[in-house]
Design a protein around this ligand. Structure first.
Ligand SMILES: Cc1cc2nc3c(=O)[nH]c(=O)nc-3n(C[C@H](O)[C@H](O)[C@H](O)COP(=O)(O)OP(=O)(O)OC[C@H]3O[C@@H](n4cnc5c(N)ncnc54)[C@H](O)[C@@H]3O)c2cc1C
Length: 376
């Protein structure tokens, strides 16, 4: 079976504004832009990019990118192949194939409706299904890697089709080959998941456990879990909607520190902060010690540094979940980067920790990136 059905040449649009294609509602125009729904459309678009000596960039739902205010000198490929195909089912298992442009949360809703277990804790994560694999989306104790079987891709340099099995994809926390060793090399066309018909409740995450403890429900149904996840998420993460400005989810990554770095941090807390902040840090150490190190929530550091609610132009640190930067209306990419610089510099100066940015920064010159990202 071809990776995508073949059909006509893509319509290549010039100077297409990218703002509406991102959940941040930020970004300048793309020099060229094409919707890609078929194999032939992709091959033709790649030929066009080669003839113009332009790089290509795949933009899905735009929920994990910050695009520069300047024109993006590239051909943007926007997946548009949607659909869900049931490949196989028996009493225990489901194998299902999902096209790249299928909205991830629409697929989760479909799985929950059909009583397929395995992705319910990943409810309400915005974006397309192909992109979900790029950073191995995860939430509330589940990751897409837990249910992934394989991914069908096309090589953006050669146009060749390839199928990767799960173990070839370098899947780890927020990582895959698609955002590390093979970044920008492939167009993910569709993925295959294996889901379960047997209940596989994952209530390990404390917010979820407490939610059902309060309700006195010991064995929630799939739908109850999806609704709980949506309610818990909506309290902290504004799900991007047309009427409400924008955001790109967590703008900052959490930190993993080793024992020595933790002791340095505790020393700084003893010297510069009050007993309550120190107690909270020690609680974090007890709660988030993992084999790879101690996880320090960046939201906690932002709060302790008094940066919650900080605003630059139209960009503001979210009060309810300080990992999120909100576009309160009319924010530019420069506003967001200026705000991010203030936060990262303050945490670095006060705590000696270098916080990383989660969304991909697209279309910025090396000088701009250095201006905003270098630590002083
Ligand atoms: C409110 C909010 C909450 C969020 N919560 C979570 C969360 O809980 N957990 C989590 O892990 N993430 C979360 N995210 C981040 C984001 O939703 C996911 O990373 C999502 O999978 C991105 O999908 P997208 O289609 O928007 O990708 P885009 O932002 O369009 O692209 C992201 C990257 O993937 C590449 N890409 C996109 N499609 C393809 C393709 N078909 N082939 C090859 N490369 C491709 C792009 O080039 C880019 O590098 C959240 C974001 C928001 C705004």
């Amino acid at each position: 079976m071809p990776i995508l059905p073949t059909s006509s040449t893509p319509r290549i649009l010039e100077n297409q504004p990218l703002k509406p294609f991102t959940t941040f509602k930020i970004g300048g125009p793309a020099r060229y832009f094409a919707r890609i729904g078929t194999c032939q459309e992709l091959l033709d678009a790649l030929k066009f990019a080669r003839s113009e000596s332009l790089p290509v960039f795949v933009l899905g739902g735009g929920s994990n990118v910050l695009i520069s205010d300047e024109r993006l000198d590239a051909l943007v490929l926007h997946p548009s192949n949607e659909g869900i195909t049931l490949l196989h089912e028996n009493a225990e298992r489901i194998r299902v194939s999902i096209e790249a442009a299928e909205t991830w949360d629409r697929f989760v809703a479909c799985a929950v409706e059909r009583n397929w277990w395995g992705v319910e804790n990943l409810s309400h994560i915005p974006g397309q299904t192909g992109a979900a694999l790029v950073q191995n989306i995860g939430a509330y104790g589940q990751q897409i890697s837990d249910v992934l079987e394989s991914a069908e891709v096309m090589d953006l340099a050669t146009g060749e089709r390839k199928i990767f099995q799960r173990e070839e994809l370098g899947l780890a926390y927020r990582r895959s080959i698609f955002n590390t060793t093979h970044k920008g090399r492939y167009f993910i066309a569709r993925i295959t998941l294996q889901l379960s018909r047997e209940p596989r409740r994952n209530l390990s995450y404390s917010d979820v456990r407490l939610w059902f403890e309060k309700l006195g429900v010991r064995e929630p149904s799939l739908d109850q879990i999806r609704q709980a996840i949506i309610a818990i998420r909506d309290r902290k993460f504004p799900f991007p909607r047309e009427e409400k400005g924008g955001n790109a989810g967590s703008f900052f990554k959490n930190l993993i520190v080793n024992e020595k770095e933790y002791m340095d941090l505790e020393h700084r807390f003893q010297t510069h902060w009050n007993a309550e902040a120190l107690d909270r840090l020690r609680m974090i150490r007890n709660k988030f010690s993992e084999p790879s190190g101690i996880k320090i929530p960046t939201a906690f550091l932002i709060e302790v540094c008094g940066l919650k609610g900080l605003r630059v132009g139209g960009a503001q640190v979210n009060e309810a979940q300080p990992l999120v930067i909100l576009n309160q209306g009319g924010a530019t990419a420069r506003d967001v980067l200026t705000l991010a610089r203030r936060i990262r510099q303050t945490i670095y100066a006060k705590m000696g920790l270098r916080v990383a940015i989660e969304p991909e920064l697209v279309g910025f010159s090396p000088e701009t990136l250095n201006e905003f990202l270098a630590f002083e």
